[in-house]
Design a protein around this ligand. Sequence first.
Ligand SMILES: [Zn+2]
Length: 301
Amino acid sequence: MKLDSLALKLGFEKKSGGFSRSFHGYEVNLVGYKFPGAYVQLPMLMFVLDHALTTEDIKSLKKIVGLTRFVKESAGLKNNAFLVNGRFKNQEKLEERLAKITEKLSELNLKSLTHCPYCGEEDTDSVRIIKGATIHVHNACVEKFVEQVTTHINTVSHSKEHLAKSIIFALIGGFIGLIPSIILLAFAGIYSAWLFLLIPFAAFYGFKKGGAQKGAYVMPIVAIISVIMAPGFMFYAYYDFAMYNGITFSALLSDPDMMTAFTSDMVMSVLFIALALWVSWSKIYKQTLGQVKKDMQDLQR
Ligand SMILES: [Zn+2]
């Protein structure tokens, strides 16, 4: 079901691009939420609160929503928002759930965020839609914030500080990510595209450990290391096989069957790593400064 028809059915109003309604003094947003790796957006209820949720708050809220998904988010402030399933048969069912959630929220002394998250003042003059939720702001505060963050990112994103260390750590990380594939190949004689997924993530983890800014260089470095690691690993497997049999690598490949197997394995490893990069890309990108830049664009209307 489309988000706007669900919104209409459940009594949400469209205000400046977002769907919201009030309930017992709380502002509730209906948003389309895309889980990592998912292709479709799911309708979710989003609550944006005036301060960060503690682990205890989250525990007691999770008890209220039961087994359905509970997603912690940040909107305007850090860790001050959460989402729960937003699909309901009718308004009555929705309100039953809202009554329970809002009762718990007031018990936890969590209120809807109504002040400007940038300066803390109440008398806001505008709104921004952040992750689908309506956030009350001052235009001047948003402009100042965007300008400061953009300047900062542009400065640090191309910083080369710790870059060499991060590249070395990313290489080590990528190699560690390759180890499960090496083990599987050594013991079972097979390799798995899924295990190749570990390579970009491990390389990125290494990059972070190196301490460089997660700016302009991250994605190409992760991609290059991954693309080198996978076929390199396949090459090594054949090389090792030749050594094991006491022949040279070129002697091994002079056998037409071996050559065919080698070529197809090399091609497969490139395809597998391309697939692994494709799957991991958005998850890694989300943690980079590039994502912050994108988020800034959402604030500028
Ligand atoms: Zn303000």
